[in-house]
Design a protein around this ligand. Structure first.
Ligand SMILES: C[S@@+](CC[C@H](N)C(=O)[O-])C[C@H]1O[C@@H](n2cnc3c(N)ncnc32)[C@H](O)[C@@H]1O
Length: 440
């Protein structure tokens, strides 16, 4: 049985009344729920389910792409996970990107984005169109975020900035803003023992202050008629309804919108997901619409790649639409309306497609996840070898190939004679994803 903080239990009793007993059982002794989300850019949930047989995965009722994973299924280590066919994401967390109501061609900002669960979901819902900017304040977490976008073949900018800096630089320029706020993590008590250990009333209060500050900047980044979703994985009123209440007091230009399908929050503010009511961990969501404001679009001046080597590259590879931008020794395809990145710490300007070598370009790992040309399906024993960085043997030929499993790209190989040289990125080689640890 988990030992939960006494003060936390008292607060929950006050919040839930007669329901408290059921909640306490779910949190103290209940098993956490495991789930994955099919990468909608590549596969539907029913098709993914077939590919993962004989493992049986049940559908997540509120998420078309979601599937519950049986405990101990070790899906994080599956080759299809390496190939970006799915993302390990707890079921309640899958409600968040859906609440933002994105559609193709919008300008969307995910302000607290690492490791990328919601960002990769948003990219799928936007079908890799429009402008998606994923920001993360921590440099190490921003790196993981960029890797996850790459793994799933998502097109999006990755920045590593303070929300205040982005608000000052870009102003009201996004149609949708997501604030998946850092919180005290009470909703993760079944998932991470550390969340229980680090809980304190003082931490809850610190989080609430920070959340309100982040919301302020998010509001400044949202264009007129834009939608902002605020979410946390905690139960405390202080970090949920109270934050929204305080925000609305000073922002009469915002109005609350209902999120259908889930129980209303306290005082009708937002929605709540409780582990004693649904198959998922604890979450809070609120959707707000901005009724006034002037849209401003700050657009980067792109330095296009002009040279002959780019044309040669295009003769050989299929690249996603966009403007090619030279970016620290790489070529990224950027959206023509990408926000201005001058003076902003950023890891990605769209989708990386090539490395700039001396007088030539080599395909980037990111491109392998979106290009369909010249593919080679490899066998089970070869997959493990490829993911470790080893070469593969085939009858003699020359040229670049995307090596794939069950139709999902793993990465580049270069055929030279009877050897296919391994171009799987060195930092990913031998990496094992744990179902328990690689999600948000
Ligand atoms: C709940 S997590 C985000 C999870 C992510 N949206 C996902 O689905 O994978 C909150 C993130 O906010 C970041 N963060 C912490 N302080 C912040 C701040 N002051 N402003 C913006 N982000 C912050 C944390 O580093 C953390 O990555």
């Amino acid at each position: 049985m988990r030992q939960l903080p006494q003060l936390f239990l008292e607060q929950m009793q006050a919040l839930l009344g007669a329901e408290f007993a059921a909640f306490k059982v779910a949190l103290e002794t209940g098993e956490r729920e495991y789930a994955i989300r099919a990468n909608g850019l590549k596969v539907s949930a029913p098709d993914l389910q077939k590919l993962l047989q004989p493992t049986h995965l049940e559908a997540v009722p509120w998420s078309e792409l979601g599937l519950y994973a049986p405990r101990g299924a070790r899906l994080g280590a599956n080759a299809l996970h390496h190939a970006g066919a799915f993302y390990v994401q707890e079921a309640s967390a899958q409600a968040v990107a859906l609440a933002l109501e994105v559609k193709p061609n919008l300008r969307v900002l995910d302000l607290c984005a690492a490791p990328g669960g919601k960002s990769t979901h948003l990219a799928a819902l936007m079908q890799n169109t429009g402008v998606l900017v994923c920001n993360e304040i921590s440099a190490t977490r921003a790196k993981a975020l960029a890797e996850n976008l790459e793994r799933l073949g998502c097109i999006g900018v990755v920045t590593n900035e303070e929300p205040a800096k982005l608000a000052q630089k870009w102003g009201a320029s996004f149609d949708r803003v997501l604030v998946d706020a850092p919180c005290s993590g009470e909703g993760m008590f079944r998932k991470h023992e550390a969340a229980i250990q680090s809980w304190s009333e003082a931490h809850v209060q610190t989080c609430a202050v920070r959340q309100l500050a982040i919301l302020e900047h998010a509001a400044a980044l949202l264009a007129e008629n834009g939608v902002l979703v605020y979410s946390t994985c905690t139960f405390s009123i202080a970090e949920n309804e109270a934050v929204i209440n305080q925000f609305l007091k000073v922002h009469p230009e915002f109005s609350l919108e209902e999120i259908p399908g889930f129980r209303a929050g306290i005082g009708g503010i937002g929605s709540r997901l409780f582990p004693h009511e649904i198959r998922g961990e604890g979450h809070f969501l609120a959707r707000l619409r901005k009724n006034t404001g002037d849209p401003v679009h700050a657009v980067t001046e792109l330095r296009a790649v002009s040279s002959k080597i780019w044309r040669e590259f295009l003769d050989e590879f299929v690249v996603p639409a966009g403007v090619p931008l030279e970016w620290r020794g790489e070529i990224h395809m950027a959206h023509p309306e990408m926000p201005d990145l001058n003076g902003i710490r950023a890891l990605r300007a769209g989708i990386p497609v090539a490395h700039l070598e001396k007088n030539r370009l080599e395909p980037h790992h990111g491109l392998s996840r979106v290009q369909q040309k010249a593919v080679l399906e490899i066998e089970a024993d070869e997959i493990a070898a490829f993911l470790r960085g080893e070469t593969i043997t085939r009858v003699g030929s020359t040229g670049w190939l995307v090596l794939q499993t069950q139709g999902f790209a793993l990465g580049w190989g270069k055929h030279v004679g009877s050897t296919i040289k391994n171009h799987y990125p060195k930092h990913l080689r031998g990496k094992i994803f744990q179902l328990e640890t690689d999600e948000d």
